[in-house]
Design a protein around this ligand. Sequence first.
Ligand code: 5AD
Ligand code: SF4
Ligand code: FES
Length: 361
Amino acid sequence: MRSISAILQSDFLTKEDIIALLTTEGEDKKLLFETSSRIKKQYVDDIVYFRGLIEFSNVCDKNCFYCGIRKDNVKIKRYNLSDEEIVNAAVFAWKNRYASIVMQSGELTGSTFVNRIDKLLKTIHQRTNRELHVTLSCGEQNKETYRRWMESGAHRYLLRIESSNPELYKKLHPDDEKHRFENRIKALRALQDTGYQTGTGIMIGLPFQTLEDLANDLLFMRDFDIDMVGMGPYIEHRDTPLYQYKDQLLSVDERFQLTLKMVAILRIMMKDINIASATALQAIDKIGREKAIKIGANVIMPNITPGKYRDDYKLYENKPCTDENAEDCSNCLEARIAMAENEVALGEWGDSLHFRMRNTK
Ligand code: 5AD
Ligand code: SF4
Ligand code: FES
């Protein structure tokens, strides 16, 4: 087996290399983080882009076993922001020079939902002088819907694969048409074909997940030639079926460290992509997101959902910032990013360099 420093000097990581890096401790781990940090500075600079996150509805038609807002969880209050509230949040982001927003919701299909997003996209662009870049994170849709939304002004799309191992995917989702692994792949492909900057991601520290699975997840992202990634630790939620395996999980601290290593390795493998520092990192460590910024992530998504709804968008427990409002989060975050010796690039779209290069080839 190659030494860690030899692995870190090579241009192309194999599965075995990745697994070796995922198990680093002490000096080797330090070397991994120093390398990823250096590559980040070299390729995307010590700059962080803000994406104002609007969690506009927690109504979901799916039943993923890990997620707190799954359809069958009757313990949560469902909400749906009004169009006006969503547009106002977008205008807030624009006025505060975030340059970009993410509109995220539970997964719904059907013409009411599709038309609503369509109309919202148009209104938001009209009200913000077409200066905002909009990312959607609204789940699996058909190609025609993705095309329509793009035509109405969506630029980027996030759709996590959750796990690239079809067997593991099956253990995390019900066995029915709505939750097929193949459909997720098809949707990701459709997004890329439509011309979106396409983002995916996974959860780290899931029950049944092995280091080999995680290594394969990173290889999947490379093979799929993805433009953006958001991955974070899995955090169990008591009102979900996966909670029964809580005693088999890695400790939260181990999940946290593993996530940082995943971010670092991905930065080394895909030097010019956008990597988001997952909010779930902050649920474990108060400065968790800043730690990820330091070793490779370059995107943060401040929550700009109106305060009164935040508590109800609980995909996992201990979700941070549920008592704050948008101004609090943006002030707090700027200070934290400065602490990580990075700078916030306000007023810049921050497109994935990888996407730009791919499209100018
Ligand atoms: N822990 C961490 N992340 C979660 N997500 C859903 N449930 C959890 C959880 N319990 C993530 C999924 C989904 C994203 C919106 O939130 O990866 O794609
Ligand atoms: Fe719905 Fe997404 Fe949660 Fe699955 S992960 S239940 S699709 S909100
Ligand atoms: Fe929300 Fe600090 S980022 S309060």
